[in-house]
Design a protein around this ligand. Structure first.
Ligand SMILES: Cc1ncc(C[n+]2csc(CCOP(=O)(O)OP(=O)(O)O)c2C)c(N)n1
Ligand SMILES: [Mg+2]
Length: 282
């Protein structure tokens, strides 16, 4: 469960939680000898803010509460940080985390909504999460309970054509309870995201398609919380938050690699211990 310190400023409390989720992501992937720790770390502020920054409305003990806000991790390969958040919230037991990617474990390499409470959508085949989220948000609107859907995409993921179909449909139907974030860490699997397909000016492209857009530092608590709070004030359009991040945030071993070759590569046990100390001492 979240450990709160009433005397500490909100961002200090969130940073403590974020560090725990980051450390879990490293431990889990190192134990599994497989997975995507660097993709978890870049999204760590976003996921922490959503679950623990008073952004999403949810009941951790009742993950199927019909009026809940929903979170879709469209970049499903960052599953460990989602699982760590669900454990931190109390939806799943912490002692399940280290079963990541084991045969038979519900903590699959990519989230499986049929197997784990709190997972809203099965993702991992990139490009589908925004469409899924759009449908959820439209359903929530019909329900009339004022619920929202939040979704985190990767920047490389935005290459997928299906993303742009959802962008157009979201604008057409004025789905203003849909809040999308792009984890703009500038890298995808094969290298620099813009070397595969140029994405900039990303925010302006979404704006031209009819979305409200925000462009922020995705590792700045005030910016992340401010953007998400502003996004919750509906204005007739879906919202996109471009969050500029670092793939492997907080871990020098990953960040110092000029080509960011650590995509889908877990840290060795020794590297993991060094990385965990670095995060704890930051
Ligand atoms: C449809 C599809 N194609 C290819 C892949 C393989 N794949 C897994 S992660 C990844 C790169 C994703 O990059 P990005 O969206 O920028 O996410 P990041 O890890 O940088 O946050 C790719 C190509 C996939 N999962 N789904
Ligand atoms: Mg990326």
């Amino acid at each position: 469960m979240p450990q709160t310190n009433g005397a500490a400023p909100e961002t200090a409390r969130l940073e403590e939680i974020r560090k725990r989720l980051a450390i879990w992501s490293i431990r889990m992937t190192t134990k599994a000898a497989s997975g995507h720790p660097s993709s978890c770390l870049s999204a760590s502020h976003l996921v922490t803010a959503l679950y623990f920054g008073d952004i999403m409305r949810y009941d951790a003990a009742n993950p199927d509460w019909p009026q809940r806000d929903r979170f879709v991790l469209s970049k499903g390969h960052a599953a460990p940080i989602l699982y760590a958040a669900l454990a931190e919230a109390g939806t799943i037991e912490e002692n399940r985390l280290m079963s990541l990617r084991e045969i038979g474990s519900a903590l699959e390499g990519h989230p499986n909504t049929r197997r784990l409470p709190g997972v809203e959508a099965s993702t991992g085949s990139l490009g589908q999460g925004l469409s899924i989220s759009l449908g959820m948000a439209m359903g929530q609107r019909l329900d009339g309970a004022g619920a929202r859907t939040f979704v985190v995409m990767g920047d490389g993921e935005v290459d997928e054509g299906q993303v742009w179909e959802a962008v157009m449909a979201g604008a057409k139907y004025g789905v203003d309870n849909l809040i999308a974030m792009v984890d703009r860490n500038d890298f995808q699997q094969m290298g620099a995201a813009d070397s595969v397909l140029p994405l900039d000016p990303m925010a302006l492209k979404f704006a031209a398609f009819g979305w409200r857009v925000m462009d922020i530092d995705g590792h700045d608590w005030k910016a992340v919380l401010g953007a998400l709070r502003e996004a919750k004030v509906a204005d007739g359009r879906p919202t996109l938050i471009v969050a500029h991040t670092k793939k492997g945030y907080g871990v020098t071993r990953i960040l110092e690699d000029p080509g960011n070759k650590f995509h889908g590569v877990p840290l060795s046990p020794d590297e993991a211990e060094t990385a965990i100390q670095e995060i704890e001492n930051a």
